[in-house]
Design a protein around this ligand. Sequence first.
Ligand SMILES: *[C@@H]1O[C@H](CO)[C@@H](O)[C@H](O)[C@H]1NC(C)=O
Ligand SMILES: *[C@@H]1O[C@H](CO)[C@@H](O)[C@H](O)[C@H]1NC(C)=O
Length: 407
Amino acid sequence: MLKLYVVVSLCVVAHAAQLQEVFRWKDLEFAWPSDRIKQEAIQSRNYISANNLPLGLARWRDKLFVTVPRWKAGVASSLNYISLNTTNRSPVVIPYPDLKANTLPKNGEKLEDNHIISTFRVHVDECDRLWVMDTGVDDILGEFNQYSKSALVVFDLNTNKLIRRYEFKATDQTENSFFANLIVDVQPSRCEDAFAYVPDLGGYGIVVYSWKNHESWRVKHNYFHFDPLKGDLTVGGVNFQWTDGVFGLALGRVRNNGYRTLYFHPLVSTNEFSVSTEVLRNQSLATSPSSFNLYKIEGNRGPATQASASSFDLVTEVVFLTQLQKDGIACWNVNKPLTPENFGVVAQDKEGLIFPNDLKIDADRNLWVLSDRMPVFLFHELNPNEYNYRIYRIRVDEAIWNTPCAN
Ligand SMILES: *[C@@H]1O[C@H](CO)[C@@H](O)[C@H](O)[C@H]1NC(C)=O
Ligand SMILES: *[C@@H]1O[C@H](CO)[C@@H](O)[C@H](O)[C@H]1NC(C)=O
């Protein structure tokens, strides 16, 4: 009887899938052109190792992009990648497209168009383009130096050349704007017909950008605001209060009418909402109060399910979400009503998944997760003797196995 009980309880525990830890770091290491240049950067305090926190990720072929936003002074390079050829579990990150493009300008020095000051998240699209949301600000928590305007910066991944820099207009922003995410809506056969949707977590809006028309507009909705009852968070033993609005975006399949559903949530909320891209792409409709009722409430995920990033698997129609307060990853199959019962646990790890910050599904249907203990970094100090940053990978089908998200 006892034996049977042990077997049954093991099965229950084993239902959470095993993410494979691919990389981990105590402190991030950069690929410098030479040790002399690294030492000079340390001397001049242009490089302060402990201030380099990895945050966003995206995979394209044998590159895994990793962003390092300039929360504090001394970030070596904001846009970087890891070569997936490596067998090193704590590899160096390599500035992209190069170190110069990621170096802050000295007094009066002119910035090249391909420069990146500070980015939180990036998106690889179906047309081999890398889309970067550059906020242009160094030392966000300290001196807040605005080096350049908030801009979408797009690279051709086959040539590593800049193909567009689009600066946001004054009307795209408010004085509280904070652009830390983006998603791109495009079909491989129609690369020119691309739209980017950029959530504004501080200004409670979404900026829509049309690649073809070189034009952007700002969309407002009550559902982009934070839930005042969900802003008291505890992660990694640190308690803090946030007011972050719309943040996680995930795009569903293209329907017969050519449009998709955009699933979205404010970070400070446990609800999930949606709107058709038919609304967002139509500037007059999207910016008119008459679009209010075209937004939907998908449902509530349950207590303590605040999420940063989300990503949609086109084959199974499952959305994956980070679980900030649960040190985990969750899923929801959009063909089922969103309720706490239908909201599945994919993984939980009280050590390795403290603040799962970003997640992405790549072209081969691997789910990638980056965790980084960010609240400890922001409000206290990370312990340089511990593994603070980790990157995990799992096949999507394996991730949803034995969860309510499987069909
Ligand atoms: C991985 O290795 C291949 C073959 O040696 C090489 O062509 C490619 O550039 C490498 N990729 C990266 C990202 O370093
Ligand atoms: C935009 O929406 C308006 C109002 O619903 C509609 O009349 C118009 O045809 C739409 N435009 C496009 C290009 O779909």
